[in-house]
Design a protein around this ligand. Sequence first.
Ligand code: NAD
Length: 256
Amino acid sequence: MASAFPAERTVILTGAASPRGIGRAAAHYLAEVGWNIGIIDLDGDAAARTAAEVAEQHGVQAAGAGANIADREQAVAAVDALEAQLPQVVALVNFAGIASPTPYLEVTPEEWDRVQSVNLDGVHWVTQRVLRTLVDNGVGRVVGISSVSAQRGGGTFSKTPYSASKAGVIGLMRSIAREVGPFGVTANCVSPGPIDTDIMGGTLTEERKTKMAADGVLPRIGTPRDIAAAVAYLISEDAGFVTGQTLNVDGGLYMH
Ligand code: NAD
């Protein structure tokens, strides 16, 4: 049975501590529209610093926790710690992810595992733990961050292990959507095209940005704010009839 959307509510964001990343931009954007913020990141100090900055600038409650989400125990402990400090957890957005530019025939077993363990297993560990809370409360929103790379067959900085992991995120969210829908919880994906962050081997030059934009129908690459706004919609109360979907925020790279 579905319950009411609480006025005092928390969103947990993984991977929201990198200074020019999408997650950090989303933390500010979501705090601005009233969400309390919990941040889980590999870099625990940066997570705590980002949380303190968000709390101070937007007058919400915020806390950070350090965890490698590829490790189930660390992932679960981080969610436990945030839940103990913040108002009711209503949403989770899985931003934490890593790139992998290795050509497929050169992918070692270690490289394959490194990518899947964060981009897919890690998303699963955090999502499963948070869903226990959302289902118990009868209200919640989960968002996975996929990539246009999963939908168009690579063609981006990151190659096959990354594409496969990000396609996995779409399958994970769709299947979860079906299982938890009866409990008032939605699960969706945002699928970004190229976004101006440092994940593609460092800060992008103007030349690289122009090249990446040339493939889409809009004359630019995306900004972290483009993704933050899409996420804000999908976790909002008003998106309660939207589930199992993938929202492409990619400048028209993949039309579907
Ligand atoms: P980013 O590198 O700036 O941020 C990634 C964050 O995840 C960092 O804060 C990092 O510390 C954290 N992280 C990495 N491994 C972790 C782990 N094992 N446990 C916990 N935290 C971990 O990258 P970004 O560009 O902001 O990417 C955010 C998400 O968006 C990623 O999932 C990425 O794959 C996805 N994405 C990005 C683009 C793009 O063009 N930037 C395009 C499509 C999808």
